[in-house]
Ligand binder design. Structure first.
Ligand SMILES: Cc1cc2nc3c(=O)[nH]c(=O)nc-3n(C[C@H](O)[C@H](O)[C@H](O)COP(=O)(O)OP(=O)(O)OC[C@H]3O[C@@H](n4cnc5c(N)ncnc54)[C@H](O)[C@@H]3O)c2cc1C
Length: 365
């Protein structure tokens, strides 16, 4: 088949690579001038364990499976990564019940080595942390996400796949033979292909609305939740990722993330917004100090600087339960040769290789 994948984020690149490995002819259309310029360049770069997601959900399926695939891929392709481990910390007794629920869910999801430890054991691992108990996930890690995406692009191109940059897909027209794709950008025109994958991230709903014959009631709403990050100016004090017990809507709590050089940053928080805007408001620092000091009382004054922000393509809003990924192929929506992906927020990076396998298998049906 000739397959057009829309979007050169981590999911589109993974899908395109998988399709090329399966012997298909693959083109990616990407509206910007490079890979990973959307959600994929503005995240925590964490290879998640997969402990939070409800049994039977797509996130519970793809996160642990994708994590295994990702560690293997990183090792075989020389992608910088580190299995640094993570602590989820309870800072008061009232949070311990929440931790027990996460422990159970993590074990059900197959998160290896995931266990509860007491405050003293947590301090033996991370002397600066303050907590009454913690969950330790030794399998959680960090990755250089741009190297990961470049390696996916390399595999794709080795198999003859191509990326058309500065190419925005405007409309998908369903025909007897497959799909006609209308595009604009540095050039404009039409291309006929056998199958199409919509992995346009924040643009997925807009594109689904411009897909002929795709029912409007199957297009979920898009809710934007900005996650702001603050950099830490001093010497790093943690060597593992530290997460608070989740207590806010829409995120995992303001946590410590590390890059591969060991530098610490804090975030992302959750800020509901109406339109794409990546400015970090310095005023939000106040709430960061308060929430970080719950588990790191030693955080010095004036040590946080606004860093960057990412936007989660959510399907539900404030106060509503978190939504699962939506990945729909012909069996769900009835149109042959089309896969739609909506709401691929965290843990989409970790899940990308696993999602890709499913998407390519849907195109066979
Ligand atoms: C704050 C934050 C923190 C996160 N942290 C983590 C984490 O630590 N670990 C983890 O596993 N996941 C994390 N995630 C989730 C992860 O980053 C995403 O799930 C993943 O990057 C989504 O990739 P994607 O390819 O679907 O989307 P994108 O990377 O956004 O790619 C979509 C691409 O489509 C292009 N596009 C859009 N419309 C069109 C069009 N009409 N025509 C052509 N091209 C188009 C865009 O330019 C873009 O390049 C986080 C997300 C956020 C926001």
């Amino acid at each position: 088949m000739q397959i057009l994948v829309i979007g050169a984020g981590v999911v589109g690149l993974s899908v395109a690579r998988q399709a090329a490995l399966a012997g298909h002819e693959v083109i990616i259309a990407e509206k910007t001038s490079g890979i990973g310029n959307g959600v994929s360049s503005r995240n925590s770069e964490v290879i998640h364990g997969g402990m939070y997601y409800p049994t039977g959900s797509l996130r519970a399926r793809h996160c642990p499976r994708g994590r295994h695939m990702m560690y293997e891929f990183c090792a075989s392709h020389g992608v910088p990564h580190r299995k640094c481990g993570k602590l989820i910390v309870a800072t008061e007794d009232a949070e311990v019940a929440k931790m027990e629920a996460i422990l159970k869910q993590g074990q059900a999801n197959g998160v290896e080595g995931f266990r509860m430890i007491d405050g003293a054991a947590a301090r033996a691992m991370e002397p600066q942390v303050s907590c009454v108990a913690a969950l330790h996930s030794p399998e959680t890690g960090i990755v250089d996400s741009h190297s990961f995406m470049r390696a996916l692009q390399g595999d794709l191109e080795d198999r003859g796949g191509v990326i058309a940059f500065n190419t925005k897909v405007e409309r998908l027209i369903h025909t007897q033979a497959g799909w006609v794709v209308r595009y604009s950008g540095s050039e404009s025109g039409e291309l006929a292909v056998d199958a199409v994958v919509n992995s346009a991230g924040l643009g997925a709903q807009a594109l689904a609305r411009h897909t002929d014959d795709y029912p409007e009631n199957r297009v979920p709403r898009l809710v934007l939740a900005r996650g702001n990050y603050y950099g830490y100016a001093g010497r790093p004090v943690f060597s593992r990722l530290i997460y608070p017990a989740p207590r806010i809507d829409g995120g995992l709590g303001t946590h410590v993330t590390l890059d591969l050089a060991g530098r610490m940053r804090f975030g992302p928080d959750v800020e509901w917004i109406d339109k794409e805007d990546y400015n970090v408001n310095p005023e939000r620092a106040k709430s960061f100090y308060a929430s970080i000091r719950r588990y790191w009382p030693g955080l010095p004054d004036n040590s946080l600087q606004p860093d960057y922000a990412g936007i989660r393509p959510k399907l539900t809003g404030p106060g509503e339960p978190a939504a699962d990924f939506i990945i729909e192929g012909p069996a769900q929506h009835g149109l042959p040769g089309l896969v739609q992906l909506f709401g691929i927020e965290s843990p989409g990076l970790t899940s990308s290789l696993s999602i890709a396998e499913d998407v390519v298998s849907y195109l066979k049906s």
